[in-house]
Design a protein around this ligand. Structure first.
Ligand code: CS2
Length: 407
């Protein structure tokens, strides 16, 4: 949505791109032809009203939803949302675009498309629905009502570790396919897509390619966000503090491997049973995926946007544990990893980087002081945790540990 270069390149390549699958020492490449072409940002809105359009999927990362973590609703001071609410066109925000696209369909008497969020957010469909309704209620209350009754927003869980494309990706794609490909993507062998089967106009048989249609994604999604993503964040922040560059190196570090295993167990304890999944086998498989030697997954890629990633990965399970009187220590360690990262890294890649800097101005770089400062970042830590003396002590102790140069 931020630039049309990828869309232009897709059209230039007739929609073809290569997928490199890296496993152990092996890399295989396949050219995929399922994409018909790219649509420039300014043309997306018109495309949303195409008669044969049934589904709009979103993979835009957590920060692009315009979520206000304090209210759980739309952030009405997000500049893109402000511009879209004032009627600027084409819309700049994903939520504004979906609302405008749905309005155009309603006005043309068409059935709605189904918006399908594929991002790492808890209850991603329900959340998107709330944000689109918040937006529509401000612009056009009748539209809000129509969306509320006519438009399903299925929740999904998508899992495939995908490091950002690098020069090595492009070089390997050329070597393996014989073609120059500026859109090559590299990934791991594992893939999982779990989707709630609620669509306004039906859907393709994605299950024939391995997707799982279920009534309720929540248990799968909690498992993935808390075990995979939560442990990923731990590996990223502790790994960077210990001087590592890639996930595969950090997970080979005995102290980080131990912390990751402790975290997997702690996260597993917060889960409801997941249909058809053996959680200890899932945890073991995750460690193997993190250890994949062929994948150069930069810790920096996972470490970014901490303010967006901490709530579903760390704060939600920690708050539940706290309520049940469980031990939050491993979750506190991850938050400490983020605090230490935020203190050490300049510039920090986070949509709230400026607020974080402001919180730290004039604060001595001492564990207790930085912990108190960032624990108080408005809207970040849910109050049950923020007000819990044990949680605060645990976080401060882990920050002190990192500060001493240990892991
Ligand atoms: C990662 C995820 O960057 C991150 O924060 O934890 O992108 C992770 O690789 C994917 O969710 C795996 O499915």
């Amino acid at each position: 949505m931020r630039n049309s270069e990828t869309a232009r390149q897709f059209s230039a390549q007739d929609g073809c791109f290569s997928l490199l699958v890296r496993d152990g020492t092996d890399t295989t490449a396949k050219v995929l032809g399922s994409v018909l072409g790219g649509v420039a940002t300014e043309d997306i809105l018109a495309r949303m009203n195409a008669p044969d359009l049934r589904i709009v999927t979103l993979t835009i990362t957590e920060k692009a939803y315009g979520l206000d973590s304090m209210t759980g609703g739309l952030n009405f001071s997000d500049p893109a949302i402000v511009a879209d609410l004032s009627g600027d066109t084409p819309p700049r925000s994903a939520v504004g675009l979906i609302a405008a696209g749905l309005a155009a369909r309603r006005d043309s008497g068409r059935l709605p498309f189904t918006p399908l969020s594929c991002d790492n957010l808890s209850g991603n469909g329900a959340l998107l629905r709330r944000l689109v309704l918040d937006f529509a209620a401000m612009r056009d209350p009748e539209l809000a009502e129509w969306i509320a009754t006519e438009v399903p927003f299925p929740n999904t869980m998508v899992d495939r570790i995908t490091p950002a494309t690098t020069k090595d990706t492009l070089d390997d794609a050329r070597r393996l396919t014989g073609a120059e490909d500026l859109l090559a993507v590299e990934t791991e062998p594992f893939r999982q897509w779990v989707i709630e089967d609620r669509f306004a106009q039906g859907r393709p048989d994605w299950d024939r390619a391995g997707a799982l249609f279920v009534e309720n994604v929540a248990p799968y999604e909690a498992m993935k966000l808390r075990m995979l993503n939560g442990t990923h964040s731990l590996i990223a922040w502790l790994g960077l503090a210990a001087g590592h560059e890639y996930v595969r190196d950090a997970i080979a570090d005995p102290a980080i491997s131990r912390a990751a295993q402790i975290h997997l167990s702690a996260a597993a304890e917060t889960l409801e049973p997941v249909p058809g999944v053996d959680i200890s086998a899932y945890a073991a498989a995750l460690l193997e995926r993190f250890r994949n030697q062929a994948i150069a997954h930069r810790l920096e890629q996972i470490a970014m946007d901490g303010t967006q990633k901490l709530p579903p990965r760390i704060f939600a399970p920690a708050t539940e544990l706290l309520k049940r009187g469980g031990d939050t220590d491993s979750f506190a360690r991850v938050m400490a990893g983020w605090i230490w990262h935020a203190v050490q890294h300049d510039p920090l890649h986070d949509p709230r980087a400026e607020d974080i800097r402001a919180c730290l101005v004039g604060i001595p770089r001492a564990p207790g002081a930085v912990t108190t400062a960032l624990m108080g970042l408005p809207g970040l830590v849910p109050s049950p945790l923020r007000e819990d003396p044990v949680w605060n002590r645990q976080v401060a102790e882990h920050v002190a540990f990192l500060c001493r140069g240990e892991k």
